[in-house]
Design a protein around this ligand. Structure first.
Ligand code: GLY
Ligand code: MN
Length: 378
């Protein structure tokens, strides 16, 4: 890493560390054990596997092993790295030696029972009265608000995904399989600098489009059918997440009808986004359009979710999130759908930045019904 880059990275990470430390002290913890790769990347810049980080009010340390020794020095030059030789839990117990007593927090949804059980043993062997405290969503809430660098990188992840989609969709023809289209999309995204797809692309042809999380196989794409494509790119660790439903040949009147309802619902959901808007009410803004049209039961999932280093993050746009207001800097998907089993489904998904003034739609692919019927082969 060049000197200037390292200095810029340090400024960025210091601001993130400040917010993490505030959250840790508000939770009345003395230190925090980060075990989730995205949390470690966020606070240190290091993205190797099988590693942890420990954050206290005054220190930050990464514990990794020799496979990542060179990488950790390059990616996290400002952070002390311990290259462990023994077990991870022993290394953690040793690293918190400065804490004679106190509360060591950890993310309960990302830390295994085995790690905690072994860590308890290692801590008690070393004779320290450290209490392990599982908390949920401490780091995810901090990470939900993106800084300028993150907004830029997510925008690049969106660009890569959109350009790749346009390259691939124009060449879809009846006779190709769903799996081929998935492979072409991944290749196109990696050719544009993505390290991977942000999740295995969902490519649902015909009636498969009614399965919201369908996994593509060797099904041959046919004429006069919908094709639902839900995909995204991972770019410098950050993920985009988009969905378009397009048509080969002539769509049925039923598909046209539900496409137009889903589009209207999506636009209503996007319009409801602004700082302070209640997450459950943003969901309701889109859902009420679908309910009113008589398809409420055919839209089972939530309206959307945050994206960032993980593809599903805080905040969630869901009925259960009453009383949780959106905040400036959060980036959420808005992805309503109508799914008719055995017939087909429509979902349309974009990525939206929350601002004081309202929604900033970061994705830019078209989505009118006319576009959806003409884009293949166009
Ligand atoms: N892109 C898949 C999902 O958000 O569930
Ligand atoms: Mn999504």
């Amino acid at each position: 890493m060049k000197k200037a880059d390292a200095a810029a990275q340090k400024t960025l990470l210091d601001a993130r560390l400040g917010r993490m430390r505030l959250a840790i002290s508000r939770a009345k913890l003395d230190a925090f054990l980060l075990t989730h790769a995205s949390d470690i990347q966020y606070t240190t810049g290091f993205s190797g596997h099988d590693s942890v980080a420990i954050l206290t009010p005054r220190s930050l340390v990464i514990i990794t092993d020799s496979r990542y020794a060179e990488e950790v020095e390059a990616d996290a030059p400002h952070v002390r790295a311990i290259i462990r030789k023994g077990s991870m839990e022993e290394a953690i117990a040793k690293a918190v030696a400065g804490l004679k007593s106190g509360k060591l927090g950890f993310e309960s949804s990302h830390t295994t029972y085995g790690t905690i059980a072994n860590l308890k043993k290692s801590l008690s062997k070393s004779g320290r009265a450290i209490k392990l405290v599982g908390v949920s969503d401490l780091t995810t809430v901090v990470r939900s608000i993106k800084d300028v660098a993150e907004i830029q990188t997510i925008s690049q992840a969106i660009d890569v995904a959109e350009q790749s989609f346009m390259q691939v969709i124009r060449k879809v023809r009846p006779g190709k399989t769903e799996g081929q289209v998935a492979g072409e999309l991944i290749l196109a995204m990696r050719s544009r600098g993505a390290t991977d797809a942000s999740f295995q692309p969902i490519i649902g042809a015909g009636a498969h489009s009614s399965l919201p999380h369908y996994r593509p196989d060797d099904t041959v794409i046919q004429n006069n059918e919908p094709l639902l494509i839900d995909w995204g790119a991972t770019y410098r660790g950050y993920r985009s997440d988009l969905t378009r439903t397009v048509f080969l040949g002539k769509p049925s009147a039923k598909m046209e009808k539900i496409y137009k309802i889903v589009l209207e619902a999506q636009l209503a959901g996007i319009a409801a986004i602004k700082a302070g808007a209640d997450c459950s009410e943003v969901d309701a803004a889109a859902r009420s359009v679908i309910k009113k049209a008589g398809f409420g039961k055919q839209f089972g999932h939530s309206l959307g979710h945050g994206i960032g280093l993980d593809v599903h993050e805080e905040p969630r746009l869901h009925v259960s999130r009453k009383g949780r207001p959106l905040q400036v800097g959060q980036i959420v998907t808005v992805e309503p759908g109508i799914y008719l089993p055995g017939v087909g489904g429509v979902r349309i998904e974009d990525d939206i930045l929350v601002s004081e003034a309202g929604p900033v739609v970061l994705s830019s692919l078209e989505k009118s019904f006319e576009w959806a019927t003409q884009v293949i082969g166009g």
